[in-house]
Write a protein that binds this ligand. Structure first.
Ligand SMILES: Nc1ncnc2c1ncn2[C@@H]1O[C@H](COP(=O)(O)OP(=O)(O)OP(=O)(O)O)[C@@H](O)[C@H]1O
Ligand SMILES: [Mg+2]
Length: 360
């Protein structure tokens, strides 16, 4: 017999005033696994989390924890009996309780194990000695770590986190994310983390569930989501993108960079070829001649630098194509900063292009 997943959500639907806000969401998370629910503001992430936590109830669908039904549209285990920890954006520690009392809040009273657990967790997040302090004496990052161990103290099977790092400044956030992740892995908790930041999802997730308008449009390992997006919007969610447009003739489409395969796409269909700026290659102009075509990079096309911006580790160079006048963006190592008007040749990594039927 195979063990059921730690958390399994099937076909969750939630409507508010006749509007479907969560539209058939299914997810499954194993213990020790971090899944990020990633999507733009208003797509239904927090609503999904609230239903799993049990503070809101779905209109359709089921929630199982370790194979046991926790909630359908009739039966409902109350939030405090679901073994689910919560950590929300405004993780508000109790201001009148010490750090130790905050962490011990959800633990059985008066046991020696309780004090041990508090000490062990404080040590684990490098806050040994902070037990008697009060929340107002702590920095934002320290408060965040206390909130994390408070949520983990009762050993929940599942931890739900809703934008837990958004109150912290950027540099601090990366460190705290890494520490948090290490602790979550040690504890073996199944984690569903909500974020609208792709960078955060890529850093934290074993699996990303990409959500849009109430639906999960794609899920998989960060590597797969990034390198095989299901559509143009999924590609655009993770980075700037360039788009080349074309029309399919005989499963091929013509571009300034040569022909592209569009297998299975009907003649006359308009397609978009999506390419990330880091997958454009540039080459110098040799008295009007560019590099020879290759199978990997296709034909080179001539373009002029429109403007170039230094961004630290890399530069962003914007080009205007000589044929057609389209604008394309390329990122190149930061030391290279060509003047505007410089003629150059562009090539695109054909294996990094995505061809989609045109939308919108
Ligand atoms: N109790 C409610 N009553 C009516 N509408 C609601 C309620 N809760 C949420 N909504 C609506 O449902 C939609 C999804 O909200 P939700 O909070 O789930 O979005 P989100 O993905 O978490 O967004 P954000 O990234 O901004 O936090 C929004 O349009 C919101 O206005
Ligand atoms: Mg939200």
């Amino acid at each position: 017999m195979t063990t059921p997943p730690r958390l399994e959500v099937r076909d969750l639907v939630r409507r508010f005033d006749g509007r479907t806000v969560v539209d058939g969401v299914s997810l499954s998370i194993e213990s020790g696994q971090v899944t990020c629910l990633l999507g733009p503001s208003g797509c239904g992430k927090s609503t999904t989390l609230r239903m799993i936590a049990g503070v809101d109830m779905q209109d359709e669908g089921t929630i199982h924890v370790d194979g046991r039904l926790v909630c359908d549209t009739v039966f409902r285990v109350p939030p405090e009996r679901r073994s689910i920890g919560l950590m929300f954006q405004d993780f508000a520690l109790f201001p009148h309780l010490s750090v130790a009392e905050n962490i011990a809040f959800g633990l059985p009273r008066g046991s020696a194990a309780r004090d041990r657990r508090v000490d062990e967790l404080l040590e684990r997040v490098s806050l040994a000695g902070f037990a008697p302090k009060y929340p107002h004496e702590l920095s934002g990052g320290e408060q965040q770590r206390v909130a994390l161990v408070r949520a983990l103290a009762p050993n929940p099977r599942i931890l739900l986190m809703d934008e837990p790092f958004s109150g912290l400044d950027e540099r601090l956030r990366d460190d705290i994310r890494d520490d948090t992740l290490a602790l979550l892995k040690e504890e073996g908790t199944a984690v569903l983390l909500v974020t609208h930041e792709p960078h955060e999802a890529m850093r934290m997730a074993d699996e990303i569930a990409l959500m849009r308008a109430g639906r999960i449009v794609q899920s998989g390992a960060p590597y797969n989501i990034y390198n095989a997006p299901v559509d143009r919007a999924a590609a655009a969610f993770f980075s700037d993108i360039n788009i080349l447009r074309g029309t399919v003739r005989g499963a091929l489409t013509e571009t300034p960079f040569g022909e592209f395969l569009a297998p299975g796409v009907a003649d006359g269909t308009e397609v978009e070829i999506v390419i990330r700026p880091q997958h454009l290659k540039i080459d110098f102009d040799r008295a009007g001649r560019g590099p020879n075509p290759t199978p990997e990079d296709g034909t080179a096309a001539r373009a002029k630098v429109e403007r170039a911006r230094f961004m630290g580790r890399e530069s962003l160079v914007e080009f205007r194509m000589e044929a057609g006048g389209e604008m394309l963006k390329a990122t190149v190592p930061g030391v290279f900063l060509p003047g505007s008007g410089t003629p150059m040749w562009l090539m695109i990594r054909r294996d990094r292009c995505f061809v989609f039927p045109r939308t919108g």
